[in-house]
Design a protein around this ligand. Structure first.
Ligand code: SF4
Length: 256
């Protein structure tokens, strides 16, 4: 994979993760109540990224995995039956080697683990991580290759291959789809995505994520330009229409 092989990752020999931040009691990133760990570094450049400060590979805090296990144990009483820990970002699979022993440590303590990913990293470590993960939140930004590149500056081939790989190894995933007016709301593109994923045995749920600009204020201080400032929020009718469209193909479709 030419676009990502040069990206430095935390070595498997050093059980450290580059952490951007944490969110306790999260209810949007996987089932139940969760500790969300935002990891630093991403290989995509999504125009609407709400966490542009997680993109650089240089930031964040190098954190021993034991510290994250302890944080999860402190919050475990709130997780209930369905909750647990979600690794988000940034792109967590860039640090797959260090995540594998952490996932094992959390499982030993009975803690459920989700990975929120753009699905573009295909390495042995990422595959192993997917095998061990309870649920993957697979963010597909666009099905149309050209419009995917416009939206993310990257290719979507690996993301779609990851969806197939999850079915192969039996790791369930929720498809997450940000509905960006003018960029990812084309009916033909969504139908093509649905047809592509229809029959994927690992797909459990579709979550449509409304477009928002909550991260826009972070761009200027980072010396970045927010290029979608003129894109309006979705109307309720647009969200309903997208939900009905996905629901023609999948049983469990929600607007998150
Ligand atoms: S994949 Fe996620 S973290 Fe990376 S640029 Fe896109 S929205 Fe931001």
């Amino acid at each position: 994979m030419t676009e990502t092989t040069a990206i430095p990752t935390v070595s498997a020999n050093v059980p450290l993760l580059r952490v951007h931040s944490y969110e306790s009691l999260g209810t949007y990133d996987g089932p139940g109540i969760r500790l969300v760990v935002f990891l630093q570094g991403c290989n995509f450049r999504c125009l609407y990224c709400a966490n542009p400060d997680t993109i650089t590979l240089q930031g964040g805090t190098l954190t021993p995995i034991d510290e994250i296990v302890q944080k999860a144990l402190n919050e475990q009483p709130f997780f209930g039956r369905k909750g647990g820990v979600t690794f988000s970002g940034g792109e967590p699979t860039l640090q797959a080697e260090a995540l594998i022993p952490l996932v094992d440590a959390l499982h030993k303590r009975g803690i459920n683990v989700c990975i929120d990913t753009n699905g573009s990293i295909i390495t042995d470590a990422a595959r192993e991580l997917y095998r061990r993960t309870d649920l993957v939140l697979l963010d597909v930004k666009q099905f149309n290759p050209l419009r995917h590149r416009t939206l993310t500056e990257r290719d979507n081939t690996n993301t779609l291959a990851t969806a197939a790989f999850l079915a192969e190894v039996g790791t369930p995933f929720w498809l997450r789809y940000v509905l960006v007016p003018g960029y990812s709301d084309d009916v033909a593109d969504i139908e093509a995505l649905c047809r592509h994923l229809q029959g994927n045995t690992a797909l459990q749920r579709v979550e449509i994520l409304p477009y928002h600009t909550l991260g826009m204020h972070k761009y200027e201080p980072l010396g970045m330009e927010y290029k979608l400032k003129d894109v309006p929020y979705n109307t309720p009718q647009q969200l309903d229409a997208a939900r009905e469209l996905f629901a023609r193909y999948f049983a469990d479709v929600r607007v998150n």
